[in-house]
Structures are given as structure tokens and as C-alpha cells.
Design a protein around this ligand. Structure first.
Ligand SMILES: Nc1nc2c(c(=O)[nH]1)N[C@H]1C(S)=C(S)[C@@H](COP(=O)(O)O)O[C@H]1N2
Ligand SMILES: [Mo]
Length: 394
């Protein structure tokens, strides 16, 4: 009997169930040494953000026991700290992404969780990454005055800052052994192996690149508050000299609902033991003082200007207020977070604090607060109330 010819079997590899394997990373730059090198600069940037932010918060919303003791000097203090806050925040964006790039392979460690301690460590890193990204990105959108979210920025930015601070401290504690091991190590020793030498070269190139990126971001934005570098201010949302009367405007009279009709009927009302009301010519007839003070916006731009007006402490005296009185300042503005402002005695008594009528040699323009606005030394821009119509001596 003929047997059918044996079928030639094709040489196929046997079928195996697919194995899910975590990706493996061979890049030498994803090592703890790189992470430590970038991490310490990121730590410096975040610490600067936190401390200057805390200062800004206290100046804006002091606890009652501090309200009378805030410093009105140096006059450029808030300009410096808030300029640093925004500059450090912008630098932190670059550093944070560089750091995340250096460590992201660890997202894929296998097994995902090795122990309770390991799980907690990963959880704390997740909180740190999420909150730090949230802070720098919402901060960035805030300086661009874009608020595509349903919450109010200031309280949330403040609260999350504490979470970032806490998780940074926790992260430093957990990583202390690695940080210690890699902190001061030179990339290339005299007895370096060829491999390590290449490592060192790559790492130096990476760190130089990150440093250059931070430098470019800083130099093209810091001019918004550090005016000697204003010509290089290409990327910041504001340019310090652009605006009516040589000063930017955040909120215009139209946006604040300050109408011409309201301004025509304007009187300055000063409430205290001896309350009084003044028309604009009467106010302009009082002894005037000229000062040179910056507006330092919380959003990071800042500009010096020449102001002329009546010292606020003179108005307090006229109303029978004693030295050390606090002040409540009310604007013509219809509604808005900065319609009412409280001023502690350090500012109210400072001879440089004015109810200003003129700016850079001209009568205030509508958008800068005509007929009268506050200008005080070492205070956040949000408290330099425009369109002032009432002072209440407390
Ligand atoms: N009444 C009132 N005053 C205000 C504001 C406001 O919204 N309402 N904005 C403040 C902010 S955020 C800043 S930075 C300064 C800016 O003053 P300028 O517009 O004259 O430059 O005004 C402040 N005064
Ligand atoms: Mo501002």
C-alpha cells in the first residue's frame, strides 16, 4: 500500500503565551546621580517658591496678630520677593520636567509594589509629582491671567503649597541614603573606568543643557520685574514699560465697572472721629508729596513710577485718627476681590504712603485709578487700590 507522502512541516516556533514584561531602560542618565544633581536645583527652586510665597501670603492676608507689624521697608522688598517667586517657579518648570525625565523609568519597576514601605514611598512620590506639577502649571497660567478652572487660584495655590512642602520633606527623608551617596560625587575620578568616563560626559552634557534651558527661561522673563533686563523680556506676559503713563494695567476702569458718571460724582469720604468729605480740587489743594515707588504685581511684573499725592497719614490726622490707627480703604469699583483693602499701621504711618492723584507727571489715567489711588511701599500690587472713594480710620 502506498503511504501518503509525509507532509513537510514548516519550521514555526512553538506558540507561547505572550509574556508581559516591563520595559527595561539602559540609558545611563536615568540613574540616581543624575536625579540627585537635578533634584538639588529643583529643591532650591521649590524652597524659594515656598518661602517667597509664604511672605506674599502674609503680606496679603496677615493673621490678626501680625497685621500691625508688617514691614513697609525696604520699599523694593515685595518687588524682589515676588520677582523671585515667579522666576523660581518658571525655572522649576524646566527642572521638574528634567527631573521627571531622569527618573521616569522607575514608574515601571517590577514588581510594582514590593512592601508596605515601598508602596508608601511610591504614593508619596505620586503626591509630590502631582502637586508640584499642579503648582507650577497653575502658577504659569495665573501669570498669563488665564483661569481655565472652577476654583479660585489664591487659596488653592496656597493650600497645595503646603502639600508640596510636606511631600518634598518626606521625599528627602526617604531618599536620604541615595542623596548622601550621590551628592558630592565627581562625575569622573582620576581612576575612572572608560565606561564611567562616558557616563560623566553624557551627564555633564545633560546638566549643561538643563542649565542652559533654565538660563534662557530666566533671562527672557525676569526683565518683567528686574528692569535692567527689560530689553530681554521676550517671553513674560507683561513688559514693565508698556501701558498708559508707562505702567501696565491689570484691571481697567471698564472691567472694574468704574463709569464716567460715577467718577463725575466722586467725593473722597474720610471716616474717623472727625469725618469729612473732599472734592478733587479740595484734595489737590492739600499739601502734596512726591515719591518714587514700584508697583509690584503678584503676577511678577514690577515697575518704578513717580507718584504725587496726599500722604495717607495726613488724612488720618485730619480725621482725628491717632498714630497707630489701621485703615479700611474702599474703591468705587462695583465688585471685585480688591474693592476693599485693609492697611496696617506700618503702612498707614509711613510717610511714603500716598493717596496719589498723579503718576509720572500727569493726572492719573482712568485705568490707573483716577481720581485717586493708594500707593504704598513694600506691598503687593493687589493692595495698591485704585479709584479710592472712602478711607475709614479704624
Ligand atoms: N480697585 C482695584 N484696585 C486695584 C486692582 C483692582 O482689581 N481693583 N488691581 C490691583 C492690581 S492686581 C495691581 S497689580 C495694581 C496695578 O496697578 P496699575 O493698573 O495702575 O498698574 O492695581 C491694583 N489695584
Ligand atoms: Mo496685580
Amino acid at each position: 500500500m502506498d503511504t501518503p507522502p509525509a507532509r513537510r512541516r514548516p519550521h514555526l516556533p512553538p506558540l507561547r503565551p505572550p509574556v508581559l514584561r516591563p520595559p527595561s531602560f539602559s540609558g545611563r542618565l536615568h540613574d540616581p546621580r543624575t536625579a540627585t544633581a537635578i533634584g538639588r536645583w529643583l529643591g532650591v527652586a521649590l524652597a524659594l517658591c515656598f518661602l517667597t510665597g509664604l511672605f506674599s501670603h502674609v503680606l496679603q492676608q496677615p493673621p490678626p496678630w501680625l497685621a500691625g507689624y508688617l514691614p513697609s521697608r525696604p520699599v523694593w522688598g515685595y518687588r524682589l520677593t515676588q520677582g523671585l517667586h515667579v522666576a523660581a517657579g518658571l525655572a522649576a518648570i524646566v527642572l521638574l520636567f528634567a527631573k521627571l525625565w531622569a527618573v521616569y523609568p522607575r514608574l515601571f519597576v517590577w514588581p510594582t509594589v514590593r512592601s508596605v514601605r515601598h508602596a508608601l514611598e511610591r504614593l508619596s512620590v505620586a503626591v509630590l509629582v502631582a502637586t508640584a506639577l499642579f503648582q507650577v502649571l497653575t502658577g504659569l497660567l495665573n501669570i498669563a491671567e488665564w483661569y481655565p478652572w472652577p476654583f479660585s487660584f489664591v487659596p488653592v495655590h496656597y493650600a497645595v503649597a503646603w502639600v508640596v512642602a510636606g511631600s518634598v520633606l518626606l521625599h528627602l527623608a526617604v531618599k536620604a541614603p541615595e542623596i548622601r551617596a550621590h551628592w558630592g560625587r565627581k562625575s569622573v575620578g582620576t581612576l575612572a573606568l572608560p565606561d564611567e568616563e562616558r557616563d560623566g560626559r553624557d551627564r555633564r552634557a545633560l546638566l549643561l543643557g538643563v542649565g542652559a534651558a533654565v538660563g534662557v527661561v530666566t533671562v527672557t522673563t525676569v526683565g518683567q520685574s528686574f528692569t535692567p533686563l527689560a530689553p530681554l523680556d521676550l517671553l513674560a506676559p507683561r513688559h514693565p514699560g508698556y501701558g498708559p503713563q508707562g505702567l501696565p494695567v491689570n484691571r481697567t476702569a471698564a472691567a472694574a465697572g468704574v463709569t464716567e458718571a460715577a467718577v463725575r460724582e466722586w467725593r473722597l469720604e474720610v471716616l474717623g472721629p472727625n469725618p469729612f468729605r473732599l472734592t478733587l480740587p479740595q484734595l489737590a489743594a492739600l499739601p502734596q508729596r512726591r515719591v518714587r515707588l514700584p508697583i509690584a504685581c503678584v503676577e511678577g511684573w514690577s515697575m518704578d513710577a513717580r507718584w504725587e499725592g496726599v500722604p495717607v497719614r495726613d488724612l488720618i490726622r485730619l480725621a482725628g485718627g491717632r498714630p497707630g490707627a489701621m485703615l479700611r480703604v474702599v474703591s468705587l469699583e462695583v465688585a471685585g476681590a480688591y474693592r476693599v483693602m485693609h492697611m496696617g499701621r506700618e503702612y498707614a504711618e509711613d510717610p511714603l504712603t500716598l493717596l496719589a492723584l498723579r503718576l509720572n507727571g500727569e493726572v492719573l489715567s482712568a485705568d490707573h485709578g483716577y481720581p485717586a489711588r493708594i500707593i504704598a511701599p513694600n506691598r503687593p500690587g493687589v493692595l495698591q487700590t485704585k479709584w479710592v472713594t472712602r478711607l475709614e480710620v479704624l
